[in-house]
Design a protein around this ligand. Structure first.
Ligand code: GLC
Length: 510
């Protein structure tokens, strides 16, 4: 025994070493020590598919979190309000994990926490019936207070569940206060001090503007931090988040450049330019499993780029369903859109009747401003048998239109990213878009070997020109089939973009 110890001591330069058995143990634990712990990512958002969706934001939260969670180096969690309209088929399986009381200025409000795991992502739902047991997500007089409560709850819940993320990723103005609370209140607590914050602008039009006199009383932000959120003599929550996050992003590279310009920025361009050094534009993707014409149960027939024959069945059945003449050689031009002015509806209104002089059919699905709803209803009445307008938000019908139409029109005046042009392309409906934001980054012109048709200026006659070009190409069925295949084969999955987010997170954590 003595001899062994002496020999070992020699080899270790005089330090007393233990028996060889200990050495073996050291070798075994070394690799475990070297493995990096999972990076913890928390999304804070006001909606997420499939639980609750009013637009593209929900789709991005649902599909980006899922794409990130595929990488086992990340622990991805999402936190949302528990609205009354959360889908019942999911809600019944939510697990109650506890409750706490959340301080907000002079208030102290109940906050229940529910949990649900889907596709490797843990979702938390913030329960407070006074704030969220109402139909829909937004549009209430007290939205500011509702989302202030939600954001303050997010920070409190982290302590409750013992999850302190490396990166807290906040989306749109409804989640902006989570970043503000982190940087003005919670970062002084040791557990919160290393949390980095990213803010993503999905649409700069909606900034969360409130009167300055409710800063302390309603939002619970000390007047000492007023300079962070004050803009144009108002509280501007989006501005506040941009100022205090380590990084901010928007949903396409072109939109990231556009929002430095007053034409696109809805007044925030000086703030964007001043913070440009921390801005990145990352193009959204879509979930290729959720939108797959080969498996989509809502379609009249399934098909793929390799065998697109089912698309003809989808078209025929769509025409039948909408009471349009069943004609396979007549191109169907479709629009699926919120009916608001930045979607380029003024251009459509100006020249659609010139398009309708030709052998085409036009289908519109959407809801929005009454001036547009009335206009399209009237158009359908005047062009009965040629134009159909369905004023509603209907996911099943939208999939039937994406698959049954030939040309998808999206002439937006501004479009941060836009997902419909990607979904349409994946379903073999060729997109005609204006070159703005994500439309420019996802659709490239046919003339240059691209996957759709584009025009640059916000001008009705420029749009008319490319719509007519699309109709001409459609007449050459061989050429059209090639274009459809190209559109269907464009990669709109999250692959590259999820990597860009990972790169951004890792850079922030350096
Ligand atoms: C907003 C934008 C839209 C974008 C979506 C998801 O709804 O208006 O362009 O695709 O957010 O980021």
């Amino acid at each position: 025994m003595e001899r062994t110890e002496k020999t070992t001591a020699k080899k270790t330069g005089g330090r007393m070493a233990k028996t060889p058995v200990k050495k073996t143990v050291e070798k075994e634990i070394t690799p475990e020590i070297r493995v990096d712990p999972k990076k913890k990512i928390l999304f804070v958002a006001s909606e997420a598919a499939p639980f609750i969706a009013t637009g593209g934001l929900a789709e991005v939260i649902g599909s980006l979190s899922k794409a990130l969670a595929k990488n086992e180096r990340y622990d991805v969690r999402v936190i949302l309000p528990l609205y009354q309209d959360i889908r019942k088929d999911y809600r019944k399986d939510f697990r109650f994990i506890g409750n706490l009381f959340v301080p907000l200025s002079w208030r102290n409000q109940y906050c229940g926490i529910f949990e649900y795991v889907k596709d490797n992502v843990t979702f938390y739902f913030v329960d407070n019936e006074y704030y969220f047991k109402r139909p829909g997500c937004y549009g209430y007089y007290d939205d500011g207070e509702r989302f202030a409560f939600f954001c303050r709850s997010v920070l409190e819940i982290l302590g409750f569940i013992g999850f302190y993320p490396d990166v807290m990723h906040c989306h749109d103005w409804q989640a902006a206060l989570a970043a503000l609370y982190l940087k003005t209140i919670y970062c002084f607590r040791p557990e919160y001090q290393f949390i980095r914050a990213v803010f993503t602008i999905h649409n700069i039009e909606y900034q969360g503007k409130y009167s300055l006199d409710i800063l302390e009383d309603l939002f619970g932000i000390s007047n000492g931090f007023r300079n962070l959120v004050e803009y144009d003599r108002c509280i501007n929550l989006m501005k506040g988040a941009i100022e205090c996050c380590e990084r901010f992003t928007t949903v396409s590279p072109t939109y990231a450049a556009e929002i430095k310009d007053p034409y696109y920025a809805h007044g925030l361009d000086p703030i964007i330019r001043r913070n440009e050094f921390k801005l990145t534009g990352i193009l959204n993707g879509i979930d290729p499993e959720y939108y797959d014409p080969a498996t989509d149960a809502a379609l009249f027939a399934n098909y793929s780029a390799a065998d697109p024959s089912g698309k003809a069945v989808c078209k025929e059945e769509l025409q039948r369903m909408l009471n349009l003449p069943v004609r396979k050689d007549t191109p169907i031009i479709a629009m699926i859109s919120r009916l608001v002015s930045h979607k380029g509806l003024d251009l459509v209104r100006e020249v659609i009747e010139q398009v309708l002089r030709q052998d085409v059919q036009f289908v519109l699905l959407g809801t929005g401003e009454s001036q547009y709803e009335n206009y399209f209803n009237d158009l359908a009445r005047r062009y009965s048998g040629k134009v159909v307008s369905v004023i509603s938000f209907n996911s099943d019908l939208s999939r039937k239109i994406y698959s049954g139409a030939d040309i998808f029109l999206m002439p937006s005046k501004s479009e941060p990213c836009g997902l419909s042009q990607m979904i349409a392309s994946r379903y073999g409906t060729v997109a005609v878009v204006r070159e703005t934001g994500g439309l420019k980054d996802s659709i490239t012109p046919y003339g240059a070997g691209g996957n759709g048709f584009t025009f640059a200026n916000y001008d009705a006659y420029d749009m008319l020109y490319v719509v007519n070009e699309a109709i001409e190409v459609y007449k050459d069925q061989k050429e059209w089939a090639k274009l459809v295949k190209k559109a269907m084969e464009t990669d709109f999955s999250w692959g590259t973009s999820a990597k860009s987010y990972e790169g951004l997170y890792l850079e922030m954590l350096k």
